[in-house]
Ligand binder design. Structure first.
Ligand code: ARG
Length: 462
């Protein structure tokens, strides 16, 4: 296969070098962006009088045919081609002859690949963001359905204070809301067009970079040609946002795996999202949740890998940067698949409300409220803490919950206890008295849900 750059070479490239250097087996997924960018480029070249209108039309028609050929599989993509850019250009020349040789006027593969990768990443940002929004819709729906589903809240994975399932899910809503915001911020920062930066120093042709940027849906052109060809920050930012999404998903998966165990039975993951064992007939394993948790590692790996690849690279383009693709594509596929699967799993999960409530009833989740009760009777908090500590010890020794004690047992520990202690330490009171903004009570949750509904509605209007 003739090289785009063969002119100054006297010898053929070594075949191992050919394979090592070639990126087509992974950058072939940029074919659509490559063709879209080339069409915008030739439109601009013709507008600027750099090529003729007839040449523009021939190139555009040729490129559109190549797009179809790639999509219907009639072009065989092999390692013979160096990259997707070479394939498209050489196929164009085969098809339309000399006019095709004008496609690359005023352009380098350096600004071309920078454009293709940016266009591709821009689509992936939109797709990831849409999937995060779907998950947010699921979460808010489940919150609304579970405002009165009591469950224990944990610290150190030990029962701490009672909350509701709505409140627990609401914590994840906030995490994914920040993820959505990160993707949007990144989109706004990266949506500038590098086409026209040339190899590194722009070009002497009178290109209209504003025009191509507009055709391709960018806010405008990038402002420094050296930066334009050597910037991969937007990819690093995407991988960083993707890593944080994966971290959130993995925390959520870990909790579902724990809550799905025989010991907890807070949730039951649906059959459609579980698998069995080849030897143990009774098993129903939460493999999908485990896999999502596990796939976190490869997305973190991609972020790390690209940061290391870019470290200490001198300006401007260096071939090291070809290494951005495989890892980024893998991470993009992984995070979008995980979001889709996780949302599906969550929509079908069964919440065992009774088990959650029973669990919240024992384990002394109301001990803080019992101490607060004594504070209400005039006992300083630190003393109240000590008294309730003794009360808990008594309950453990006698295998009772705080609510199970009779009034004389309460009074033996402190004379400040009255009949109203039962009401004060009931599960419902413990939750409903937590009225602070961001707290678990129905009233506080309704306010948070209302604010988050407005936020989701504003997203829909975008
Ligand atoms: N395959 C290359 C990449 O992904 C395209 C750019 C090639 N540019 C060059 N000067 N060799 O980075």
């Amino acid at each position: 296969m003739a090289k785009l750059w063969g002119g100054r070479f006297e010898k053929e490239t070594d075949s191992l070098v050919n394979d090592f250097n070639s990126s087509i087996m992974f950058d072939k997924r940029l074919y659509r962006q490559d063709i879209e960018g080339s069409i915008a480029h030739v439109k601009m070249l013709a507008k600027q009088g750099i090529i003729k209108a007839g040449e523009r039309d021939a190139i555009k028609d040729g490129l559109e045919e190549i797009l179809k050929e790639i999509e219907n599989g009639s072009i065989e993509i092999t390692r013979e081609y160096e990259d997707i850019h070479s394939l498209v250009e050489s196929r164009l020349i085969e098809k339309i002859g000399d006019a095709g040789k004008k496609l690359h006027t005023g352009r380098s593969r350096n600004d071309q690949v920078a454009l293709d990768m940016r266009l591709y990443t821009r689509e992936i940002i939109k797709k990831t963001r849409a999937l995060v929004k779907d998950l947010l819709e699921t979460l808010i729906k489940l919150e609304e359905e579970n405002l009165d589903t009591f469950m224990p809240g944990f610290t150190h994975l030990q029962k701490a204070q009672p909350v509701t399932l709505a409140h627990h899910l609401g914590a994840y809503f906030e995490m994914f809301k920040r993820d959505e915001g990160r993707l949007y911020d990144l989109y706004k920062r990266m949506n500038y067009c590098p086409l026209g930066a040339g190899a590194l120093a722009g070009t002497t042709y009178p290109l209209d970079r504003e025009y191509t940027a507009g055709l391709l849906g960018f806010y405008g052109p990038t402002l420094n040609s050296m930066d334009s060809v050597s910037d991969r920050d937007y990819l690093i930012e995407y991988l960083s946002a993707a890593s944080i999404i994966m971290m959130h998903l993995s925390r959520f998966c870990e909790e579902l795996i724990i809550f799905n165990t025989n010991e907890y039975r807070f949730v039951e993951i649906d059959d459609t999202y579980s698998t069995g064992s080849s030897i143990m007939p009774q098993k129903k394993n939460p493999d999908i949740a485990e896999l999502i948790r596990g796939k976190c590692g490869r997305v973190y790996g991609a972020l790390d890998s690209l940061l290391v690849t870019m470290k200490a690279l001198p300006l401007a383009y260096n071939k090291d940067m070809q290494e951005d693709k495989e890892i980024s594509f893998d991470a993009m596929d992984t995070v979008t698949d995980c979001l889709r699967l996780f949302n599906g799993m969550l929509l079908k999960i069964k919440f065992n409300r009774d088990n959650m409530e029973k669990s919240a009833m024992n384990g002394f989740t109301n001990a803080t409220d019992a101490a607060d009760y004594l504070v209400g009777k005039g006992v300083p908090f630190r003393d109240a803490h000590g008294i309730i500590g003794k009360l808990v010890l008594y309950c453990i020794e006698n295998d009772k919950a705080i609510d199970d004690l009779d009034i004389s047992e309460f009074k033996n520990i402190s004379e400040y206890f009255e009949e109203d202690i039962y009401e004060a330490v009931s599960l419902k009171t413990c939750v409903e008295k937590r009225l602070t903004t961001g707290g678990p009570s129905r009233a506080a949750m309704e306010k948070a849900i209302e604010a988050n509904r407005k936020y989701l509605d504003a997203l829909k209007e975008e």
